[in-house]
Design a protein around this ligand. Structure first.
Ligand SMILES: *Cc1c(COP(=O)(O)O)cnc(C)c1O
Length: 396
């Protein structure tokens, strides 16, 4: 008798998993057998890689690997403790200074991931009487940060500044507007000029998550929030990850002293977690040098994006409007998106299907990402495979 309730609870979990399978919403991890790059070994087979966020092709770069190894020789592996105990090293400090300079902000603060940075920052800055305003398509970590802060949560329609403004009634409480810079599943950009303007008129703070723009666009790869155009009054909180364009791991928040010090005192995801390995900071510093110096990576990306979009026009897919390396093709039904992804894989292309809840219901898609590691003929091969796979799917 005593165990009945526990058994029933487990049955319910099992039913939930089965339902996910029936609705084509079950997620499976693919096992990759080598470093990130133009191709990937997936479950033992080499495929062209069109789903990584390693936009500049740096995750496997020899020079960054060497810097990482030298960092391990100098610092060992584990940081040993949190930043506020004894885990904060000269290497972390140097990287924070470099990130602050690169983003044109007085200070930058390292977090172990973008997910942690977003949760920690929003939760540290807002509380019960405050308000948070989020674009409907914001990344899950920004939404979760808003929810756990217990501030009043307001959605605004995707990139709709009128809808935002209509909700931004003036208030004595803190108000934070939060948006992806480049939307991770759609590839479009937030309307930063207008957003900054609306925020100024209503005395609200702005937080931009530039996870997919940092390193990838802007002058020297500084991202969407160009320091010559937007100062810390315009965008007090700038977040970016290091695990995408930069090719390592971790994330940071950049801003004025008072914000960064507040995060150090109050961001639970900063305080109660072990610091990143110092070797990661060493490798990331090396990567930043390469990101600035090798403009050709950003130029190559733009060329590849153009080539892909030109070629994809005639294929009969619903290609979303995006100028960034994220090129989603809207499919709609999750089963169909998964089938197309499998069909592309048979043709040697690795493109994952993105389904709810990552994207809204009815908008399952193939999320194609291009990187500076691709050759032009890779794009042509992808277009051919899409053409083939699309025709087969239409016949079925
Ligand atoms: C990937 C991503 C994050 C999370 O960053 P991690 O460093 O991978 O945890 C946050 N925001 C956006 C928009 C992202 O795409």
């Amino acid at each position: 008798m005593g165990d009945v309730h526990r058994v029933i609870a487990i049955d319910k979990l099992r039913n939930r998993l089965q339902k996910l399978q029936q609705r084509d919403m079950y997620r499976r991890r693919r096992i990759v057998g080598g470093p990130q790059g133009r191709t990937l070994i997936v479950d033992g087979r080499r495929l062209l890689n069109f789903c990584s966020n390693d936009y500049l092709g740096l995750a496997g770069d020899e020079r960054i690997r060497d810097a990482f190894k030298a960092g391990v020789d100098e610092w060992g592996v584990g940081a040993g403790a949190s930043h506020l105990v004894c885990g904060h090293t000269v290497a972390h400090e140097r990287l924070e200074e470099a990130l602050a300079e690169f983003t044109g902000r007085p200070r930058a603060l390292l977090f172990s991931s973008g997910y942690a940075a977003n949760l920690g920052a929003i939760n540290a800055l807002l509380g019960i009487p405050d308000h948070v305003f989020e674009d409907r398509l914001n990344h899950a970590s920004l939404l979760d940060g808003g929810w756990i802060s217990r501030a009043r949560f307001h959605w605004f329609e995707h990139r709709d500044m009128r809808d935002l403004e209509a909700q931004l009634a003036d208030s004595d409480h803190r108000r934070l507007i939060v948006s992806d810079g480049t939307f991770s599943m759609d590839g479009d950009l937030c309307r930063l000029d207008e957003l900054v303007d609306v925020a100024r008129r209503h005395q609200a703070w702005v937080m931009i998550d530039d996870a997919h723009g940092f390193g990838v666009h802007g002058k020297n790869g500084c991202g969407l929030v160009d320091p010559d155009k937007y100062d810390t009054t315009d965008v007090p909180l700038l977040m970016a990850t290091l695990g995408k364009g930069i090719g390592t791991v971790g994330a940071f928040i950049a801003g004025d002293e008072v914000f960064i010090e507040t995060l150090i005192q109050r961001a639970r995801n900063y305080i109660y977690t072990t610091a990143l390995p110092s070797a990661v900071a060493v490798a990331t510093l090396r990567s930043l040098e390469i990101v600035v110096a090798e403009e050709w990576r950003r130029e190559r990306l733009l060329e590849l994006v153009r080539r892909f979009r030109d070629g994809a026009k005639g294929l009969g897919f619903d290609l979303l409007h995006s100028e960034t390396p994220i090129q989603p093709m809207l499919i709609g039904d999750p089963g169909r998106a998964v089938a197309l992804s499998a069909s592309l894989e048979e043709r040697g292309m690795f493109v994952t299907a993105i389904r709810p809840p990552t994207v809204p219901i009815g908008t399952s898609r193939l999320r194609i990402t291009l990187t500076a590691a691709h050759e032009t003929e890779d794009i042509d091969r992808l277009l051919e495979a899409l053409d083939d796979a699309g025709r087969v799917a239409d016949r079925e």
